[in-house]
Design a protein around this ligand. Sequence first.
Ligand SMILES: [Zn+2]
Length: 70
Amino acid sequence: MEAGRNSAGTGAGVTPPLEAEITRTECKQCGSEVSGLNGRFACTLCGWCNHWSEGHSELPAAEDDPDYPG
Ligand SMILES: [Zn+2]
């Protein structure tokens, strides 16, 4: 019986961002090394995160969200 073996949750169909670059910085709060994408960081140790505007790329607009109510 293999029912449901290849169902959702395998990551199929998930497209990574075209210009996703892994970047590193020092946490401004606890000083540990933090990895992020495109200049946006969130520290898993202390919860620090930088401001979205410090990112290297444009964020998608609300209209680009598939769930945008219109
Ligand atoms: Zn931190």
